[in-house]
Design a binder for this molecule. Structure first.
Ligand SMILES: Cc1cc2nc3c(=O)[nH]c(=O)nc-3n(C[C@H](O)[C@H](O)[C@H](O)COP(=O)(O)OP(=O)(O)OC[C@H]3O[C@@H](n4cnc5c(N)ncnc54)[C@H](O)[C@@H]3O)c2cc1C
Length: 413
């Protein structure tokens, strides 16, 4: 069979690896490099780093099998992920129990209540929470004061004006996974040398298997004709699209309303190379105070500094529709003032924009997830798939890609 795969992110590449030994596989990618959300850039001609911060979790079984198949399992390292909260003009470390006890922006009783709530998150049935907003749920479970003092700034920085629509299922899944920590903080996984090694190895294996990967080749049209699919006019027996459902729909000329229009948000993520560490050893700092970025992710407080020769920091922000104009300058200005960084201490600053960085898990989202098998040998997989509910991940996109490939094979047996 001749199979067309739309998109070279983890979902597309995983599906392709599953299918390429027995089929003629062609992957279409609009960008000039593969990987989608997992694409990387080389800095200072010395190190290659993902444009968006990534780590994995101990339960990512399909990711680990993939690494094993590609002889990369031994490159997996487990590191401490320390956290902080920037609130009332100050960076507060929040990794160890003592640091949490010392956090001044909540009372002792509020911290105790919050602690009990976090512990209870691990036993919750998430499917029951899909129709409840995170705000309603938090009001009920921890009260308005803790919501306003702790959760509201986090939800605002992640979802902006959409924060009141996000479901409690999303929130509780995040809390459950991020609270799986010891007294030293979370253990998070990283691939020694960078995640680009995974994408490179997938590409290399696919090429060896005979798959064709067409970079800088956006899919413009997807047409059903004479029992076949035509991608940009070229005929295929079957298609797997890993693009957002509404984009797949529009490629078909919106001739079908088979796929739902899911709400997505974009990510604007700045990578900085710096002369010094702005966050005092902390890896992940959430911004509680309003700022043009929602988190400061100091990569070199997670992965050893010596691999980079400079401090590497991501400023993470999300947007609806389009990013604000002038965002890059506003991010740099704010960051320099807030963290007392002189502009001369910034070696390089690159802003990466991904318009479709993930669906927004609003209430009722679960019922709108489209099935992977659309019919007529068209399959879909990606950040919107059930495997990525209620939060997208590398693991979810790999699993979704594998599932779409399996369904395609079953359908054509
Ligand atoms: C800011 C951010 C941080 C993240 N951090 C983590 C993390 O720490 N841990 C974790 O597990 N997960 C993380 N994720 C999630 C993870 O990156 C994704 O779930 C996964 O990489 C998505 O893969 P995908 O193939 O589903 O989608 P994508 O990576 O989006 O791939 C889709 C591909 O389709 C291409 N495309 C789009 N339109 C067309 C077209 N018309 N023609 C051809 N090609 C097209 C795109 O260029 C892209 O390459 C993060 C995501 C983001 C946005």
């Amino acid at each position: 069979m001749k199979i067309g795969i739309l998109g070279s992110g983890l979902a597309g590449l995983s599906a392709a690896l599953q299918l390429a030994d027995k089929n003629e596989v062609v992957i279409f990618e609009k960008n000039d490099s593969p990987g989608g959300c997992m694409s990387s850039l080389t800095y200072n001609n010395t190190y290659t780093l993902e444009t968006l911060y990534h780590h994995c979790f101990s339960g990512d079984t399909n990711l680990f099998s993939l690494l094993e198949n590609l002889d990369l399992k031994t490159d997996m390292i487990w590191l401490k992920g320390s956290t902080g909260y920037y609130m009332d003009g100050k960076l507060h470390p929040l990794t160890t129990p003592l640091e949490i006890l010392r956090y001044p922006c909540l009372t002792f009783f509020q911290k105790f209540r919050l602690g009990l709530f976090v512990i209870s998150s691990r036993k919750i049935n998430l499917s029951q929470l899909d129709k409840v907003t995170a705000k309603e749920y938090l009001f009920e479970k921890v009260g308005k004061d803790i919501y306003n003092a702790f959760f509201a700034p986090l939800l605002t920085s992640k979802f902006g004006s959409m924060k009141d629509d996000v479901s409690a299922a999303w929130l509780m899944s995040r809390i459950a996974i991020r609270s799986d920590r010891g007294t030293e903080g979370e253990r998070l996984g990283y691939l020694k040398g960078g995640w680009h090694k995974l994408i490179d190895a997938m590409m290399e294996k696919l090429e060896k298997m005979g798959a064709e990967i067409r970079l800088s080749t956006p899919v413009i049209t997807l047409v059903r004709k004479n029992e076949k699919w035509q991608i940009n006019g070229e005929e295929f027996d079957a298609v797997i699209s890993t693009l957002p459902p509404q984009i797949t729909n529009s490629l078909m000329g919106n001739s079908t309303d088979k796929l739902p229009d899911l709400m997505y948000q974009g990510a604007a993520c700045m990578t900085l190379g710096l002369a010094r560490d702005p966050t005092n050893g902390i890896y992940w700092t959430n911004m509680g105070d309003p700022a043009p970025y929602g988190a400061v992710v100091t990569h070199t407080n997670f992965v050893p500094f010596k691999w980079y020769g400079e401090h590497v920091v991501y400023l993470a922000s999300y947007f609806k529709d389009e990013p604000d104009s002038g965002l890059k300058d506003r991010m740099i200005d704010d960051f320099c003032k807030r963290f007392s960084i002189d502009i001369s201490e910034i070696h390089h600053a690159d802003l990466y924009i991904d318009r479709f960085a993930g669906p927004v898990y609003v209430t009722g989202y679960k019922d709108s997830i489209p099935p992977a098998n659309i019919g007529d040998n068209l399959f879909i997989a990606g950040m919107f798939s059930p495997e990525n509910y209620p939060e997208r991940s590398m693991e979810g996109s790999i699993s979704a890609g594998l599932n779409a490939a399996k369904l395609l094979e079953e359908n054509n047996r």
